[in-house]
Design a protein around this ligand. Structure first.
Ligand code: PEP
Ligand code: MN
Length: 339
């Protein structure tokens, strides 16, 4: 249920409504848009009781039921597009398309530092890199863990970039949160509800990757898990889904961009690296994503892809990334965006 607040309602009248709803045992989720303020009431609602209890409050314009199962992530909760602040001068969801780049896995100080310097010069704003890398095989490289987080933080601080890194275990949310600016939830963890709730209790932005075979509905319900804990700073990331086609690593679902934007107000990011699995397909996929309205890209790059400990085959060399950034600027202009 959504309460639409009257345009002329005073703060005191809004506070009275919020207090009454909470007295009835519900949680409130206020959201102030450019034109209207609304208050979401989520949970197992007794509609008759709510209508009866709230009918006499002067601050209320109307009560509207939300039909979608995703209440906070859905369109009804917010007019327009969510803009999420990531750092002092960096946000996502506005005119500027956010570019995140870096290696699949943090391997060494030199690898991360040279990558950070180069992507910064090319115009990226966020440094990516995995410090916890549970892989398909338990015998593959598993990541540098806390040492990797420290390397990322140092490189980001020295270059003026932000950090995004994956958290894979609810018990590590605090540790990873001490080093990162944005939490990444991996595709395989999209429905790890304990992990979603744990990052939902923080106020750090969360990039949520779509599960390997998740529908849009399941994807948005996973976002809802994070938001229902109070953290509205959720970024959706399409990274390819599993289909019968095995030439590409996954099938990158670019139509998800307009679909998710129709269903939700949350920013949408495309991962062309895991989405294709081939470095030479990363450029075309990125260009298509920008043309279709993506709010951001997360791209794997490596100073020496042939020596990468993970995902070298889909990582761009630093100079190739630089060229791609220049090409993307032109495409962004055509769709009235900037990179
Ligand atoms: C990654 O970004 O390195 C990663 C493991 O991605 P995904 O969760 O999409 O497979
Ligand atoms: Mn990877």
């Amino acid at each position: 249920m959504i309460i639409v607040v009257r345009d002329e309602a005073t703060n005191e009248q809004v506070n009275q409504v919020v207090a009454r709803i909470e007295e009835l045992g519900y949680t409130t989720h206020p959201s102030r848009g450019a034109k209207k303020m609304i208050i979401g009431i989520i949970g197992d609602l007794n509609r008759e009781e709510l209508i009866e209890s709230l009918g006499a409050y002067p601050g209320i314009d109307k009560l509207v039921p939300i039909l979608e199962p995703y209440k906070l992530a859905g369109r009804s909760f917010k007019e327009g597009q969510s803009v999420i602040k990531l750092g002092d001068n960096v946000s996502i969801g506005d005119k500027k398309i956010l570019v995140m780049a870096g290696p699949c896995a943090v391997e060494s100080e030199e690898q991360v530092m040279s990558t950070a310097l180069s992507i910064k010069a090319s115009g990226a704003s966020v440094l990516r890199g995995g410090a916890f890398k549970p892989r398909t095989s338990p015998y593959s490289f598993q990541g540098l863990e806390e040492e990797g987080l420290k390397i990322l933080r140092r490189a980001a601080n020295e270059t003026g970039l932000l950090v995004i890194t994956e958290v894979v275990d609810p018990r590590d949310v605090e540790l990873v949160g001490n080093y990162t600016d944005i939490f990444q939830i991996g595709a395989r963890n999209m429905q790890n509800f304990f992990l979603l709730k744990e990052v939902g209790k923080t106020d750090k932005p969360v990039l949520l990757k779509r599960g390997l075979s998740a529908t849009y509905n399941e994807f948005l319900m996973a976002a809802e898990y994070i938001m229902s804990e109070g953290n509205y700073n959720v970024i959706l990331c399409e990274r390819g889904i599993r289909t019968f086609e095995d030439y590409t690593r996954n099938t990158l679902d670019l139509i998800s961009i307009p679909v998710l934007k129709k269903l939700s107000h949350l920013p949408v990011v495309i991962d062309p690296s895991h989405g294709t699995g081939h470095w030479d397909l990363v450029g075309p996929a990125s260009k298509g994503a920008v043309a279709m309205g993506a709010d951001g890209l997360i791209i794997e790059v490596h100073p020496e892809p042939t020596k990468a400990m993970s995902d070298g085959q889909q990582s761009l060399k630093l100079d190739k990334f630089d060229i791609l950034m220049k090409e993307l600027k032109n495409i962004a202009l055509v769709v009235d965006r900037e990179i």
